[in-house]
Design a protein around this ligand. Sequence first.
Ligand code: PMT
Length: 219
Amino acid sequence: FESNALDGIRVVISAGPTREAIDPVRYISNHSSGKMGFAIANAAAEAGALTTIIAGPVNLATPENCQRIDVTSAQDMYQSAMQQIGQCDIFIATAAVADYRPATVAEQKIKKNDDTMSIQLTKNIDIVSAVASHSNRPFTVGFAAETQDVERYAKDKMQRKNLDMIVANDVANNNIGFNSDDNAVTIFCRDDDSMAIAQTSKQQLGRLLIAKIASQYKQ
Ligand code: PMT
């Protein structure tokens, strides 16, 4: 692992979940802890990158030498990502962005008067796709959290979202993926290159991913 592999390169990483408000006290979210994204940010900073984390609501300390922008919803995360594009050479999307948000947010706490209730949902904008299709696009890396057919779905996401690389995460296994300290992934690149990384700590995995991203970025 080269300690100067990303010297002076500007890296932006989205991390954690997003929260989509239902009313002033309730929201829709997921189990992402932000650990994977923060570990990658730590590794990027170690490699000399000028590193910015766009963080959803997580309980983690900011890694050394990283800038941090805190956001709540997918719409906030999208706006921050768009603001960073002009100052970004590599964008790494580890965030577990909520795919849908409540179509309307109730102004007051919703009362439990009915035995059933439904919430209409609206699709959120795809942040990593928007980054990758920007005229001034950075080298763009996505993650794919899948529970089945991991390779096929991950490669399909790389194509559809116009990504340079995708990191496939088999989240059917509870020891890895969401909110665990370890992870195991397979990386797929545009040139059909692929690389599997067996289960290891997210800290170590972050370093291996940054080494691979740095070598692909430089090609
Ligand atoms: O945070 P941890 O607890 O450490 O867990 C890590 C993780 C499992 C969340 C992480 O490794 C991971 O797999 N992140 C991607 C989770 C996800 O939402 O995957 P997806 O297949 O739904 O999305 C594919 C890609 O599109 C991702 O890069 C995602 O950030 C991006 N996306 C998705 C939807 C959306 N509206 N905007 C996006 O940018």
